[in-house]
Write a protein that binds this ligand. Structure first.
Ligand SMILES: NC(=O)c1ccc[n+]([C@@H]2O[C@H](COP(=O)([O-])OP(=O)(O)OC[C@H]3O[C@@H](n4cnc5c(N)ncnc54)[C@H](O)[C@@H]3O)[C@@H](O)[C@H]2O)c1
Ligand SMILES: O=C(O)C[C@H](O)C(=O)O
Length: 336
């Protein structure tokens, strides 16, 4: 029996993500929480003939805790998206408050759940989650993930396109590490499988490709022209990452190496990453191996070339303040 909860389930990401989770045969109970329309979305999905039993919850009568009660995995696309001209950091004031409130409910209702944070700015909202969970005494760094998987999906698609093999996008695997905003997004093109020698030797092609992966989110924000940011591709990426976590925890399949933005805890191997990046950051998107309890091991970044070292320095510089901002966030006192 596996219970999954989506917080922000009625939104642009939340609806297609909930649909994809309803189609996942490992999930037997799907709980949808939102401040609007969660009950309607749940009624709609409940007619699909797959095992997961669906229920929707609104905030009234402690709805968040009821929705989350006993969840094994919680996926969180709750919060406001960008409009043209905004950075992800511009979303912090609103979304940090939403994340802190949800983290409190998780700490009470399902403290052992895997937590997958999609809400932006991921570089700061993950530390917000961690601090609330720490305060409640239930923080497990092996179970908290900032979902950066859309960057990995984009890297495969954009690389395959430049190579002239767009139809083979899913066969390209490019680790993307660092964080999830502009210069903090660091695609390791030198580690692409299959190799992409022709791109690496053409500086302008390579620079353009790195830039497209780093700013792929802006492409969608611009095209949607005020109607939000990536939703469908994010739903697919979120469901795929959830599947990796679920398979490792409940499906008996240890994962291939994947990347997510996680706490660099010492017992999972995070100290090694701090040495590799030459900075004492508490969070970084890294290669991870997943197992029954979440992160089984943080794996090394490995060989990178001079151009990637320069990008790494820029990523580290921008990440530090974003992590601090999230870690120091003080949720407003509850209204009496
Ligand atoms: N990590 C990534 O790669 C990635 C990719 C795309 C979007 N995002 C982020 O995901 C978030 C959601 O984007 P979207 O396009 O789905 O936005 P949206 O506005 O369409 O949906 C957000 C949903 O969250 C709900 N919500 C607001 N406050 C809530 C609360 N306190 N509890 C529960 N639900 C609440 C809203 O009612 C809405 O249904 C944004 O912050 C966006 O920037 C992240
Ligand atoms: O760009 C955004 O604001 C949404 C998301 O982070 C993305 O990368 O698409």
């Amino acid at each position: 029996m596996v219970k999954a909860t989506v917080c922000g389930a009625a939104g642009g990401i939340g609806q297609p993500l909930s649909l994809l989770l309803k189609l996942n045969p490992l999930i037997t109970e799907l709980s949808l929480y939102d401040v609007v329309n969660a009950v309607g979305v749940a009624a709609d999905l409940s007619h699909i003939a797959t095992p997961a039993q669906v229920a929707g919850f609104l905030p009234a009568d402690n709805g968040a805790e009821k929705a989350l009660q006993g969840s094994d995995i919680v996926v969180i696309p709750a919060g406001v998206p960008r409009k043209p001209g905004m950075t992800r950091d511009d979303l912090f004031n609103v979304n940090a408050g939403i994340c802190a409130t949800l983290a409190e409910a998780i700490a009470k209702a399902c403290p052992k759940a895997f937590i997958l944070v999609i809400s932006n700015p991921v570089n700061s909202t993950v530390p917000v989650f961690a601090e609330v969970l720490k305060k409640a005494g239930v923080f497990d760094p092996k179970k908290l993930f900032g979902v950066t998987h859309l960057d990995i999906v984009r890297a495969s698609t954009f690389v395959a396109t430049v190579v002239g093999k767009a139809e083979d996008a899913s066969k390209y695997s490019i680790p993307v590490i660092g964080g999830h905003a502009g210069a903090t997004i660091l695609p390791l093109l030198t580690q692409s499988e299959p190799k992409i020698v022709s791109i690496l030797s053409d500086k302008s092609k390579r620079d353009a490709l790195v830039n497209r992966i780093q700013f792929g989110g802006d492409e969608v924000v611009k095209a949607k022209d005020g109607a939000g940011s990536a939703t469908l591709s994010m739903a697919q990426a979120g469901a795929e990452f959830a599947e990796y976590v679920l398979q490792a925890a409940f499906g008996g399949k240890s994962s291939k190496t994947v990347q997510a933005y996680v706490h660099l805890s010492a017992d999972a191997g995070g100290e090694q990453i701090k040495k590799e990046i030459g900075a004492d950051l508490d969070y970084f998107s890294v290669n991870i191996k997943l197992g029954a309890g979440g992160i089984e091991k943080i794996l090394p970044i490995g060989e990178i070339d001079e151009q990637e070292k320069t990008l790494l320095a820029a990523a580290v510089k921008e990440l530090g303040p974003s992590i601090d901002k999230g870690s120091k966030f003080q949720p407003p006192p509850p209204k009496l």
